[in-house]
Write a new protein. Structure first.
Length: 290
């Protein structure tokens, strides 16, 4: 083959290589880009980075000062499967933020300022397998059906938050759940929480750092491991009545007594009226006979 014949395929390969390289030149400022990955860890970013390649599948924004995730910009990353936003300033309302990244499998929102999780927060993430929302001290509420659409969820971490209660159905109805972080929360171990404690002891889910899953209130149960208080709650919730229960029973008793008294009074009046009418009838009959 002639020298010119050899140079032609080499030139073609060079041009193709240059073309592939040019596709990755649009890397966000202060971030590093590799094949299908953008890493912006610890760059003191204040906002969501721009110029992210549209074919990105792994985006790491850890250890920055990002306080807002724009839903529109995220929706451009339709192939995103891995998103790490730990140690940022994300908080307040995240509803519908992830509506355009339905392929997301891994999401880390730990060490942020989340305050609540509603059904609309993660409902569009139908492929989600790992969700970390731990170490959000202001997270005080997770709606009962918050993870209803996340049926593939296998790893869920809500440890280190301000949660005092979690409805049993919120996690019990997740068919693939195998890992649930619950430690270092402010669990309120009352009769309403007994059903959740019972589920914990009977489920096949792994609870890491189990020694730190303890009751915070009431004071009599503080620092006790949650599974250990099940027997105490079983006894107290079945045998003891609270103050409001006694008030309710007293009100019911008074209403029954009052209703009985009124019924007896009405019956007495009816009897007297009936007796008077009977006497009048007899007197009229006697007068007619005479």
């Amino acid at each position: 083959m002639s020298p010119s014949g050899r140079s032609q395929p080499l030139s073609l390969m060079f041009l193709l290589g240059m073309g592939m390289a040019s596709e990755r030149t649009n890397c966000p400022s202060r971030c590093s880009c590799q094949y299908l990955e953008v890493n912006c860890t610890g760059q003191q970013l204040q906002e969501f980075p721009t110029a992210i390649p549209l074919d990105t599948r792994q985006l790491i924004l850890a250890a920055n000062n990002v306080s807002y995730l724009p839903a529109v910009e995220l929706s451009f990353l339709a192939d995103l499967v891995y998103l790490d936003c730990r140690k940022n300033l994300l908080g307040d309302d995240l509803d519908f933020t992830f509506i355009g990244v339905a392929k997301l499998v891994y999401l880390d929102l730990s060490f942020n300022n989340l305050t609540q999780v509603t059904f609309s927060t993660f409902s569009h993430l139908l492929s989600l397998v790992v969700l970390k929302i731990s170490n959000n001290p202001n997270l005080v509420a997770i709606e009962k059906d918050a993870f209803a659409n996340n049926t593939w969820l296998r790893h869920l971490d809500v440890s280190g938050t301000g949660l005092t209660f979690l409805d049993t159905s919120t996690v019990r109805d997740l068919p693939n759940l195998r890992f649930l972080g619950l430690s270092d929360n402010l669990w309120h171990c009352n009769c309403s929480f007994l059903d959740f404690i019972t589920w914990m002891t009977e489920s096949n889910v792994h609870f890491p750092d189990a020694d730190n899953i303890t009751c915070y209130t009431p004071a009599g149960l503080r620092a006790l491991k949650i599974p250990a208080v099940e027997a105490q709650l079983d006894f107290s919730c079945l045998t003891q009545l609270y103050k409001q229960d006694y008030i309710f029973l007293c009100l019911i008793g008074f209403c029954i007594f009052f209703a009985g008294t009124v019924a007896a009074w009405l019956a007495g009046i009816c009897a007297v009226i009936y007796g008077v009418h009977s006497l009048k009838g007899e007197e009229e009959e006697q007068e007619e006979d005479t």
